[in-house]
Write a new protein. Sequence first.
Length: 309
Amino acid sequence: MLHIKDISFSYNGIRLVFDGVSINVKKGSVVGIVGPSGAGKSTLLKSVAGLITVDKGEIILDGTKIQSPQNKLVPGDDEVGFVNQSFELDDFYTCEENILRSLLHLSKEQRVVFCDQLIILLGLEEVRHLQGRHLSGGEQQRLSIAAALAKEPKILLLDEPFVHLDVHLRKKLGKYIRDLCEIRGMMILLVTHEGEEALSWSDEIYCMFNGKLTRKYAPQNAYSKPKSLKEGRFFGELNSVRIGKKQVLFRPTEFAFEGEGSNELSISFQYDEFRGFYTASYFKLENGREIVLYADASLNKISKIYVGI
Ligand code: ADP
């Protein structure tokens, strides 16, 4: 289990990046942290990886405190795998060597088998003998995920790990990593500004703004019962209308064309966007605010809907 206990961090003791953060990650589970750029997410992960020293609080992994960099010869923790955008790979090692050097805890035979598995999983067959410096950004990203998995860490920290990956590889890798969580009890802490990615991955999701965790959600509730517009919008388009004194939040599919006893809204069509299996239609309300509705086809003939049923 990972316990992050009330940690705070500032650069040079002046610039407060995050404050009073507490999170628990259970064995075999994935915890997502979602928030805008600059919220402090990456810095938070660096503290869990033992790469920076927190000002306050402590981080305990399976009963052992994560050491800060000044207490270690080599900063970082062997039990922690960290994938971020700075791909700390050896430029002169080949792709395969970069993976193998993370497999020293295994026997020689096991190393070869596991290395092959990771190369195939991440689609690196064609570049396995190329040096790190000759790999594209996407290949480096996949290699850094492979190298992190090769360590067989207790916890894997993922900082926007899939930005360069196509949707098929995301799904395949997602399934593999989830399986590792279940089979080996590995923990994952994932940070992203793409809430939808967190929805499909996480068992629990925290929202983070300006260095503070604002709320914890089950993924279903982050989508269907957000407590604020600011949080809810991270997980997909969300409408906000004022009815009487009440603010009503609803997703673009949560409306009806008829409805007794529900809230009637007069809307005027603006434009639509075809998005494959649905079309998003944008409307203006009488007060000038915009809302969006999803349906099989454009709703350009609609001027009244019912919400909050
Ligand atoms: P996020 O991952 O949510 O985008 P970061 O953790 O990268 O946020 O950054 C949080 C804040 O810390 C930002 O305001 C950023 O400018 C600041 N910051 C990041 N790195 C440094 C640094 N080395 N020195 C000073 N401020 C930094």
